[in-house]
Design a protein around this ligand. Sequence first.
Ligand code: F6R
Length: 264
Amino acid sequence: MQVVIKADAAAVAEYGAAIFIKQITQQPKSVLGLATGSTPVALYQQLISAYQAGKLSFSQVKTFNLDEYLGLAAEHPQSYRYFMQQQLFNHIDINPDNTAVPAGSATDPLTACQDYEQHILDAGGIDLQLLGLGRNGHIGFNEPSSGLRSRTRIKTLTKETIADNARFFKADEYQPHLSITMGIGTILDARKVVLLATGTSKAAAVKAMIEGPLSASCPASALQLHQHAVVVLDEAAASELNDIEFYRHIEQENQMLLQRLGRA
Ligand code: F6R
């Protein structure tokens, strides 16, 4: 796991966006895994800016979102499909047919989960997966106790996650307590994974993910098994790490090595 510590949330978004811009530039037909929530919004803004400046095209890109609330139609303002339209897809040149979000309003959600897995396989698998981190260590909606080899399926949200996400719903609005989410196994199949975490509320989960045991109690700890996982943190999210100076030292060594090899 590569641990990158940046000064603040803006620098985290910039670093994450640079990885996506490089991926799309080098491989215009990239298959991207995308996330919703507050954390990726600034990264999406950077991608939109790069597109508007003529530096980036999404015309051949395919995307798969991590998750969706079960029971919300695509047009619902709190659905993750709606979020993606507002925060990214409506502002770039992506072909709408190439954007996939789990079918939250499917009449047969169990089949929809299997179809989603097949759809990812048919696209050739995910090249680069973006992740946020729940305060309880979830990735996607893989809540604690999720199987570490799980595939796309229906998951029950914890009370904590429901409370965390209540800020997006009006007081009298129905808030789903079930979701369709890629599994941890699905996420681990991505060729490269970039997880962003910012703020002190994520610090305990960050510590468990990086320094804790590999455990279903912290689903994000499964990234310890990934061959190419990059975790980008701000100082606040990194504040509970025991070995913070070592991670900074590794990054410096990596940068020097890349420069020496002419790959910086
Ligand atoms: C969203 C998702 C979730 C969020 C996580 C953090 O698609 O899969 O795992 O990434 O809940 O959310 P924020 O960024 O709002 O703190």
